[in-house]
Every structure is written in structure tokens, then in C-alpha cells.
Design a protein around this ligand. Structure first.
Ligand code: CA
Length: 230
């Protein structure tokens, strides 16, 4: 088995459709740092010509076409989750966007942490039921119900412990860097002590009680060993 360094490997493809580079640039940077594969276009034509994405962040005020029309056309051939990102916050605008098939609506200005929470939420909704539970050895994590079981018995985790485990179990065998965990579970502005991650990992290990499940990758982060336990 090849040991790949996947800390920056894309998990979810995000297409940013935004003509204001002052908004597009921090979005690209923040989402990339959180492990998303980000493509960015500044026009409706670019959006409709772009490679398939899992999530489209769609500005309504585009130079060549109204964003609602882009949403309508995307819907004809794409099953990407569409989050409308706009300065237009009136109820009528939100209703129009949702009627055109948008999955969610975010009014500027917004924080990256909220955007990422919305992305996770729309992906939970659009992914077919039953395809989302992860298993590693005796541990099963269901993102939709946010329940974790070990050998069939439910284990109560805090939200942060759950999010850490989800990052690891969604891609077992991959060494996930401390930085990626901190940015995905906390947010990109987390500059607090990295010790907080170790405290949560220790609690997770204690609660799951599966020897060798969460491995420390020294100088890098953590890896979930899919072949453990039983
Ligand atoms: Ca715009």
C-alpha cells in the first residue's frame, strides 16, 4: 500500500462563482485550507462551463447573467448542492432562490465557519440516506444522526469529539494533519493552544476504548487505523 501524504487532497469539490475578487479570494483561501478542492470563476458563463462540483457557492449579482438564471440552468444538468451567497437579503430574494433550486441561502457578510457549517449541512441533506455512515473496526459513525456506536453500544461524544472522529473516520488510513483538524473542527482563525486538540483526542480514545484505533503520526497529526479492534 502506498503511503500518500493526503493532508491537502480534495475531499469535496467547491465551485465559487463570484465576480468580486475581494470576496472570492478569502473564500478560496479559507476553503482550501480546510481541505476543500476549490475552483473559482467570476462569470455565469464560467460557472456553466466549470467541471462538476459537489457544492456551488453562487453570487446572484454576476456581470453576464442573473445568478437565479445560473441556478436554474445548473439544476438542469447538475446535482451539486447550491448555496446562494449574496448581498440581497430580502425575503422575496431568498424565496426566489430557493424556488430556483438553491439548497441554502447565505447573506453577506458572513463568517467562514458559518459557511462551512452550511456546506456540511447541505451535503448531509443531498447525499443519499444510508451512504453516509462510516465504519472502522467496531466503531460506526452516522453523520446524519450524529451517533457513534462501538460494538453496537452508543457512545456519548461532545460535538468537537464527534467532529474530530468524523474527520478521521471519513478517510481511514489517511494521516490527517493537526492543522487540518484544527481548521475543520474549530475554524481557520483558531490560534489557541494546539493542546486543546490533544485533550480532545485523549478523551476520544478513552471513550471509544478501542486499542490502537487513533494513531498518533508524530510531527504531523493523527490517523485512524481501519484494521483495529473487533
Ligand atoms: Ca457580485
Amino acid at each position: 500500500m502506498s503511503l500518500k501524504t493526503l493532508a491537502s487532497e480534495p475531499l469535496i469539490r467547491v465551485l465559487v462563482v463570484e465576480d468580486d475578487e475581494g470576496i472570492a479570494w478569502p473564500l478560496r483561501r479559507g476553503l482550501s485550507r480546510s481541505g476543500y478542492q476549490v475552483e473559482s470563476v467570476a462569470t455565469a458563463a464560467g460557472a456553466l462551463a466549470a467541471a462538476p462540483a459537489d457544492v456551488v457557492l453562487l453570487d446572484l449579482g454576476l456581470p453576464d447573467m442573473d445568478g437565479l438564471e445560473v441556478c436554474r440552468r445548473l439544476r438542469e444538468y447538475s446535482d451539486a448542492a447550491v448555496i446562494v451567497v449574496t448581498a440581497r437579503g430580502a425575503e422575496g430574494d431568498r424565496v426566489a432562490a430557493l424556488d430556483e433550486g438553491a439548497d441554502d441561502y447565505l447573506v453577506k457578510p458572513f463568517g467562514l465557519a458559518e459557511l462551512e457549517a452550511r456546506i456540511r449541512a447541505v451535503l448531509r441533506r443531498v447525499r443519499p440516506p444510508g451512504s453516509t455512515a462510516y465504519a472502522a473496526g467496531p466503531v460506526v459513525l452516522d453523520p446524519r444522526s450524529r451517533r457513534v456506536t462501538v460494538r453496537g453500544a452508543e457512545v456519548a461524544l461532545t460535538p468537537k469529539e464527534f467532529d474530530i472522529l468524523e474527520c478521521l473516520i471519513a478517510d481511514t488510513g489517511r494521516a490527517v494533519s493537526r492543522h487540518e483538524l484544527l481548521t475543520r473542527v474549530w475554524d481557520e482563525h483558531w490560534y489557541g493552544p494546539g493542546r486543546v486538540l490533544d485533550v480532545h483526542i485523549a478523551a476520544l480514545r478513552r471513550k471509544l476504548a478501542v486499542d490502537g484505533l487513533i494513531e498518533t503520526v508524530y510531527g504531523h497529526g493523527f490517523r485512524l487505523d481501519p484494521g483495529t479492534g473487533g
